[in-house]
Design a protein around this ligand. Structure first.
Ligand code: SAH
Length: 368
């Protein structure tokens, strides 16, 4: 059963990749190349109104108005952090809400984009996980966040990066996520190169193996968080299905671009996974993997039963990894004052009841 929102009968241009738009236009007697013009209007010029595409013939505009729609997420609220990070609350076509974040100076500009409303992974330290999975986002809703943020921030032609690290588990919504990346990469639209995209995942194994064969290949980040199954199973429930060794194995086989590496994210939790022995185990685990480690000191929140370790503990952990030849960075927390930091995205009033959450856990196996 797909959890993606029901599609309207009129094709929604936001949901069509360019070949599909070409086919839809051809079926109505128009030249295929008109799709390029429409992509330019929607993705480069940020038009949200079909009638604004003034260089199209009157005929085509009438057909678009009668036969197509263009759904765009609506900005409900926008908050700016003291550090320049901005959090956007967006309303989707069915009234559900999601959050997307703009992070300046990283050193480039980065959009942190959601792939689901809520998340079914229920990681123990993540606030989004408390919502449960409400539904998947469609490709148009995923790419639509980029359209909306780029428009609202008026970035002009400046390059930006995308991290799929907002709400949701991208590999749990595989097809729509990959379709969105295809749409964003289209040379007649935003032409976003895949090397500017990072997909972050808990490591759903079958989907990870499928990703390894994709023509459009984003950078990969694995949310590891612990070096052993015993520890990781407590933090990332899906680890009981796909364990650490299997994930690392898949990473070793993962095709990487020249000079590129897999990022391993590691949320550091005081007294849970921050011991020197954990760091030594992590270093042994990652020996032979083209990797870099991104340590993320926990962003705490009410309802999250963990604590952030002291800076000296984080430094000690990083030093042990570095001494063993690993590349380590410590993620600077951005936008904490507006609850836009990692794991802090949650839309109030949309939480599932505890019973619903259990249902998600029990049945929320990856859809392919
Ligand atoms: N579902 C995907 C992407 C979303 S989360 C994934 O798990 O990778 C993006 C990153 O933020 C993940 O590494 C996640 O583990 C981390 N994160 C979640 N909650 C956090 C918190 N409270 N503090 C710091 N990082 C957190």
């Amino acid at each position: 059963m797909s959890k993606t929102a029901a599609r309207p009968l009129r094709p929604d241009i936001a949901e069509l990749d360019r070949p599909a738009l070409e086919a839809a236009l051809a079926a109505r007697g128009f030249e295929r190349f008109r799709a390029r013009q429409i992509f330019g209007w929607v993705y480069r010029r940020g038009v949200v109104d079909l009638d604004a595409m003034t260089d199209l013939s009157r005929d085509l505009r009438a057909t678009l108005a009668a036969d197509f729609t263009l759904t765009t997420p609506v900005i409900v609220a926008r908050e700016r952090s003291v550090d320049g990070t901005e959090k956007f609350l967006l309303r989707l076509g069915d009234g559900r809400q999601i959050e997307s974040v703009f992070i300046p100076d990283t050193p480039g500009m980065t959009f942190c984009i959601s792939t689901q409303v809520g998340c079914g992974m229920a990681c123990a330290f993540c606030l989004t996980g408390k919502m449960g999975l409400l539904r998947n986002l469609s490709a148009g809703e995923i790419a639509g966040q980029v359209r909306v943020l780029a428009g609202a921030l008026d970035l002009g032609d400046k390059p930006f990066n995308i991290v799929l690290m907002g709400m949701g588990e991208p590999l749990h919504n595989y097809d729509e996520t990959m379709k969105a990346l295809r749409i964003l990469a289209d040379e007649h639209g935003l032409a976003l190169p895949p090397r500017r995209v990072t997909l972050s995942t808990v490591g759903l194994l079958p989907a990870l193996e499928r990703l390894a064969r994709e023509p459009i290949m984003p950078n990969l980040a694995i949310s590891l968080h612990a070096p052993t199954d015993l520890q990781r199973g407590e933090l990332v429930p899906i680890n009981r299905k796909y364990g650490v060794a299997e994930i690392i194995d898949a990473c070793k086989r993962f095709p990487l671009r020249k000079r590129s590496r897999i990022t391993f994210e590691y949320v550091i939790l005081a007294g849970v996974n921050d011991a020197p022995e954990d760091a030594r185990r992590l270093a042994r685990l990652l020996a032979g993997v083209k990797s870099k480690v991104n340590l993320i000191p926990l962003n705490s929140a009410a309802g999250i039963p963990f604590e952030r370790p002291s800076d000296s503990v984080v430094d000690r952990f990083a030093k042990i990894l570095a001494e063993r030849g690993l590349t380590v960075s410590v993620r600077k927390s951005r936008g904490r004052d507006i609850r836009a930091a990692c794991g802090q995205l949650i839309v109030e009033g949309q939480r599932k009841s505890p019973a619903q959450q259990l249902a998600t856990l029990a049945f929320g196996t990856p859809q392919r």
